[in-house]
Write a protein that binds this ligand. Sequence first.
Ligand code: WT7
Length: 646
Amino acid sequence: MEKRDIYPVDEKTAERAWIDRTQYEQMYRRSIESPDAFWADQLDQLDWATRPTKMNESSFKRDEVVIRWFADGELNAAYNCIDRHLDERADQVAILWEGDDPSESKRITYRELHAAVGKLANGLKSLGVSRGDTVTLYMPMIPEAAYAMLACARIGAVHSVVFGGFSPDALAGRIKDSGSKLVITADQSLRGGKRVPLKDNVDDALTRAGTDCVERVLVVQRGGDPIDWQEKDLWYHELVEGQSSECAVETMNAEDPLFILYTSGSTGTPKGLKHTTGGYLLFAAMTHRYVFDYHDGDIYWCAADVGWITGHTYIVYGPLANGATTLMFEGVPSYPDHGRLGEVIDKYGVNILYTSPTMVRALMAHGDQVLSTSRRDSLRLLGSVGEPINPEAWHWFHRVVGNGRCPIVDTWWQTESGGHLITALPGAIDLKPGSATLPFFGVEPALLDPEGRELEGAASGNLVIKRSWPGQARTIWGDHERFVTTYFSTYEGVYVSGDGCRRDEDGYYWITGRIDDVLNVSGHRLGTAEIESSLVAHEAVAEAAVVGYPHEVKGQGIYVYVTLNDDTAPSDELKRALIDWVRRDIGPIAKPDVIQWAPGLPKTRSGKIMRRILRKIAAGELDGLGDTSTLADPGVVDELIGSRGR
Ligand code: WT7
């Protein structure tokens, strides 16, 4: 029996909460039993130009997969995030911006946000960007990133944000796939006192094949270092100067695309997930309000980057749709030193902090004293996202960061889901450290065995979702077939999340991690295939196999087995060169932690690499290697064990 480690909902939290225990149960039941009526009630969270009469019209049937919500509704996302708040809160701060350097900050009110977005929207129009065009954003964490997203939304253009840590090659692939007309970037980004040459990377990306769709490059001046200037380039400040701050909003159908966001899969190139306007925004607003129990006046900080879905939904769209004050942090929690996170909380009086287990573990490694420069008395609620949070990190987060007073909502979701799927609600659901707890409204999870049979009660299996929810990605940009194959073909009639999961006797869900060949490194998704194809492109490499292994801070580290070409001798120098190769090719997040030379890889007789065995060797679990008799050459395994870590 496991120890009962439970944190019941506390009185104070329950009292002020939007949703208490009884409401959760009633609303959840209604969302499953009378979904149309349930969702019709929620529509008021947004301002619609045309209120939809149609609710969910999705189908998960393999031959006719379609995700469609509120299809006769019309609205504009930027209007919902800005204009509709102007009557009541024009002078309230919308975006609190904290620079990388602690001496730099900005407070942008809703009135100022309206003007900045209006000017840029007019500027974009003057460049010929219009409804339906795609725009790639490759930007630092500066207010202009939010302006750019919202300016696109205002005129009906589709943004595709590429994380500023990705390499020119990765950027080029995403520009090409999305067919972007315009790229918005900055001269340099500043993170932890270091500069990343974003504009140079864009130049580099644009010399690659297939990126000639790009007509203009808009450059924000941030770092201030000189940059090479190309014919397509245009300064952001020059474009918006003299533009009117009034720009009429484009009325969009609820199913018109709002953005594309790329994420890694187990095979092939990254997938551009398409999110649409109505369902996404409603789900973003609703989850932000209920899961973080957001009330007027709260200061809310999601410490993610806008390059990920977490930043899209919970820095920009969710909070702004709710008229919130959202904090945007350019830097990293370890700069100038490890006290920064707490200092930022105190500086702005942050009430709600949403961050990742990897950040918690990084702080925890420095001991309890790490936050002694701050009090963090303003905090009321903590949130976790990106990977399972181990109970030890949960307790530290609770005890040290939250002074033992703040509930933690562990939110399980994905780029594909747009918003939270399984999560606690602070006023309604008792917490169990390490569990994402219970499904959000309208979400119907199930656990399947490998044959696709649904498991009842306490069980472990493949986590699937049985019906659509409004924030669900509609398709993969330009490749609906891949969308169907990836998410709807393993089992009939359900969405396959790719995660393994256990449900306990109380019906609580415990995510156990990816069951496909996707790594989760510091809460970021990486396909093993992507890293392998990068490695085999190196002249010295004959073959490579990549697996994850338990890493104290990052959750998973990247462990690489490399077979060299016959004429190449292994050396430490070559190891360093290969690590650098991957870093340049994909980005710093994909940098291998360990490289092991492998004279041969364990393969089945049909030539399939047995990753299960490689994972065990990487993790140092040498006793339970399981059945190796089906290997073409079982001797390979002993050889790998013998040379482990060398
Ligand atoms: C994968 C999705 C959702 C935004 C950040 C990552 C893992 C995410 C949790 C959590 C356990 C989690 C899953 C999921 N994951 N949150 N609270 N507990 N696992 O988005 O890059 O699309 O990755 O992250 O494995 O499938 P993403």
